[in-house]
Design a protein around this ligand. Structure first.
Ligand code: LLP
Length: 411
């Protein structure tokens, strides 16, 4: 996204053209932006055996999954629905890993039927269930145990997952015993170890600690006779949301990872989501009204917390910039949506360019955990998604209609 002739462009398309033709609110993604990040990951591994399994939860639009599958990505899924999406996009299930703390029997069966690459198991009862379901099918399920390495990711408490107090994984202190017990399962091939300590991580240091702890665990398991082949080091690399934010580069991050763990005959798996799609996406919105309550200025826009919940849920910051670069100075305002909740804001007490009714704005860095976490709250149809490719764009998900809102309901 960049200004050319004072007009914000996504690749070669002026975003105002999309806003005018397709209406607002709408999500717009840059295909080149997404591919650039995926390739940065893939290439940074050099000769080290690896697979980049894009975390589908960050943005699961079929066109984006297809783009990544064609570029050679594997996928990290957390539900049967995400497997369905990945299959619909034409991806090879042999490159899919299944994470998540509460997989149902039906979801496990679906994944076994499609012979996915591996299950990241989060508890001993889940291991037992996979073993029995695989036995019924007469096959061996490839499994990694997700270990909780007890390392603090120093991120927002809702998206930190790697401490003992969190629901995720099996405590690293008990992991070896869990592997030992799991040796008795006949229909499980215990070939991997995995972890994921959180999301929006901006500091490599805790990650380095994780890499070292996980490699040490893999070595101890091998010494116990387990044929550990894969080391899944999760996702989590953060992106800059604010102008002053500094996020480690993908190449630096993978460089550190490879230095710590490559050369031990392990295939390295990673599950990045946000760092592949966040910066390639914006949410376009139009200013409906302005008003002031005493000293406070409000800019009321047509995108609400149902379209982008991150500010309300994590107090997250998204830059808000005009589609036409302004020359009329700035204002301090709350940028709020139409939903009947005080938490329905996109920015609070924010200095933004002067915005008048009818102006279009871009809510930046909205490609990850944006549309996927949208809802129909307040009976608001969800916005369309649009993919830009060079000088062209296409609608990759239509705007919902009022009929979509009541699909499946009866009186
Ligand atoms: N693998 C596992 C097991 C995960 O739980 C997650 C994210 C990822 C990979 C991908 O992490 P990433 O590379 O995207 O950081 N809705 C929140 C983020 C929730 C992340 C949940 N797990 C947000 O909007 O910030």
């Amino acid at each position: 996204m960049e200004y050319r002739d004072h007009t914000l462009h996504c690749e070669d398309v002026p975003l105002a053209d999309i806003a005018r033709r397709e209406g607002t609110p709408c999500y717009v993604y840059s295909s080149a932006g997404i591919l650039e990040k995926f390739r940065a990951y893939d290439e940074a591994f050099g000769d080290a055996p690896h697979q980049v399994c894009y975390a589908v939860k960050a943005n699961s639009n079929l066109a984006i999954l297809k783009l990544l599958a064609d570029a050679g990505a594997g996928f990290d899924i957390v539900s049967g629905g995400e497997l369905f999406r990945v299959l619909k996009a034409g991806a090879n299930p042999g490159n899919v890993i299944f994470s998540g703390v509460g997989k149902t029997e039906q979801e496990l069966n679906y994944a076994l039927e499609h012979k996915i690459k591996s299950f990241n198991c989060e508890s001993e009862p889940e291991l037992a269930l996979i073993d029995s379901l695989a036995a019924r099918r007469g096959l061996q399920a490839r499994v990694a145990i997700r270990v909780n390495p007890d390392v603090d990711a120093s991120t927002h408490p809702y998206i930190s997952t790697g401490l003992r107090e969190h629901k995720f994984g099996i405590d690293i202190a008990h992991a070896e015993a869990a592997y030992e017990r799991a040796k008795s399962f006949q229909n499980i091939a215990l070939e991997g170890v995995s972890c994921h300590i959180g999301s929006q991580i901006l500091d490599i240091q805790p990650m380095q600690q994780v890499f070292e702890k996980m490699l040490a665990l893999a070595k101890r398991l091998r010494a116990r006779g387990l044929p550990i082949l894969t080391l899944d080091l999760g996702g989590g690399l953060g992106v800059p949301y604010k102008p002053g934010d500094t996020a480690p580069g993908i190449r630096e991050y993978i460089g550190t990872m490879c230095q710590s763990v490559s050369g031990h005959g392990l295939e390295i798996l990673i599950e990045p989501g946000r760092s592949i799609v966040a910066e390639a996406g914006v949410l376009l919105t139009r200013v409906l009204y302005r008003k002031s309550n005493g000293a406070k200025q409000f800019v009321i826009v047509d995108a609400g917390m149902n379209d982008l919940i991150r500010p309300a849920l994590y107090q997250s910051h998204h830059q808000i910039i005009p589609l036409r670069e302004s020359t009329t100075g700035t204002m301090v305002a709350d940028v709020v949506g139409p939903v009947c909740e005080t938490g329905d804001f996109l920015a609070r007490n924010r200095e933004i360019a002067q915005a008048l009714p009818g102006d279009y704005l871009a809510v930046c860095t909205a490609g990850a955990y944006g549309f996927v976490a949208s809802s129909n709250y307040n009976a608001r149809p969800r916005p369309p998604e649009i993919l830009v490719e060079g000088g062209r764009y296409r609608v990759i998900r239509e705007r919902e209609t009022y009929d979509d809102l009541i699909r499946g309901e009866t009186i």
